[in-house]
Design a protein around this ligand. Structure first.
Ligand SMILES: NC(=O)c1ccc[n+]([C@@H]2O[C@H](COP(=O)([O-])OP(=O)(O)OC[C@H]3O[C@@H](n4cnc5c(N)ncnc54)[C@H](OP(=O)(O)O)[C@@H]3O)[C@@H](O)[C@H]2O)c1
Length: 207
C-alpha cells in the first residue's frame, strides 16, 4: 500500500517506516531535514518540507491510501500550535477516501483524567498543558473536518521492543495510565493501515 508518514526521522514515525517497509509497503515521509532519515530503501521516498506548510502536506499526501501523522516536539515551555496547524493542513489536503491515522496521547480529548494521579494533577498541568491544549485542538479539527480517521492515543512511551501484546482501549473506565513502546504503537498503526478496525474512534494503547 502507499503510506505517507509525517514525522519519521525518529520515534514512532521511524519505527512505523521500518515496519511498513519490511512488509513491502511504499512509504513516503515528510521530513524537515531529509539528512536526518537514518534508513534507506528502494520503497522509501522522502519529501523535504514542513508539516506547518500547506503545500508540503499537499505534496506528501497526494496519491496515498493512508497518511500517518506522527509529529512530536520537546517544546513544552511555549504556546504550541504545530499539531493543530498540521491537522488544518491535512483537512485541506485529504480526500474523503484517504485514511488519516494521527498520534495524540493519553490526556487528549476524553482520555483526560486517565493518566494516573501524578500525570493528571502534576505533570499535565505543570509541564504538558500547552502541548495537550494543542493536541485537543488537533483532535477537534480531525474529528470535525476529516472524513476518515483514527486517533491513536499512546500511554507513556518507552523504547522497548515490538511485543504485539498490548491493549487498544476505547472504554477507559478504570484506566489510570500505562506504558507502551514506540515499536508497539507503530505495530498498531500498521495493523490499522492494512485492516482498519478503529475508524472514527480514539483507541488508547497500553500494555
Ligand atoms: N513521550 C510520551 O510518553 C508520549 C506519550 C503519549 C504520546 N506521545 C506523543 O507521541 C508522538 C510521537 O512521539 P515520539 O517520541 O515517538 O516522536 P518524536 O521523537 O517527538 O519525533 C517527532 C517527529 O516529528 C518531526 N517533526 C517535528 N516538527 C515537524 C515539522 N514541523 N514538520 C515535519 N516534521 C516535524 C520530527 O522531525 P525533525 O525534528 O527531525 O524534523 C520527528 O521526526 C508525539 O506527538 C508525542 O507527544 C508521547
Amino acid at each position: 500500500m502507499k503510506i505517507a508518514i509525517i514525522g519519521a526521522t525518529r520515534g514512532i514515525g521511524l519505527a512505523l517506516a521500518r515496519l511498513a517497509l519490511a512488509d513491502g509497503h511504499e512509504v513516503t515521509v515528510l521530513a524537515r531535514n531529509p539528512g536526518r532519515m537514518t534508513i534507506s530503501n528502494p520503497n522509501l521516498h522522502i519529501v523535504a518540507g514542513d508539516a506547518l506548510d500547506p503545500s508540503s502536506v499537499l505534496e506528501v499526501t497526494a496519491g496515498q491510501a493512508v497518511v500517518c501523522d506522527c509529529l512530536g516536539t520537546t517544546n513544552v515551555t511555549q504556546k504550541l500550535t504545530m499539531f493543530s496547524q498540521c491537522a488544518q493542513n491535512l483537512a485541506k489536503a485529504l480526500k474523503p477516501e484517504q485514511l488519516l491515522i494521527a498520534v495524540t496521547g493519553i490526556g487528549a480529548g476524553d482520555s483526560k483524567g486517565h493518566g494516573g494521579v501524578l500525570y493528571d494533577y502534576l505533570f499535565m498541568p505543570l509541564v504538558l498543558r500547552r502541548m495537550y491544549d494543542d493536541k485537543d485542538r488537533q483532535e477537534q479539527i480531525i474529528t470535525r473536518d476529516i472524513a476518515n480517521w483514527i486517533i491513536v492515543r499512546p500511554g507513556f512511551l518507552g523504547n522497548g521492543p515490538r511485543t504485539r501484546h498490548y491493549r487498544a482501549l476505547t472504554d477507559l473506565q478504570g484506566v489510570h495510565g500505562g506504558r507502551i513502546s514506540r515499536e508497539d504503537v507503530a505495530d498498531f498503526i500498521l495493523s490499522q493501515v492494512t485492516q482498519p478496525q478503529f475508524v472514527g474512534r480514539t483507541p488508547l494503547l497500553i500494555y
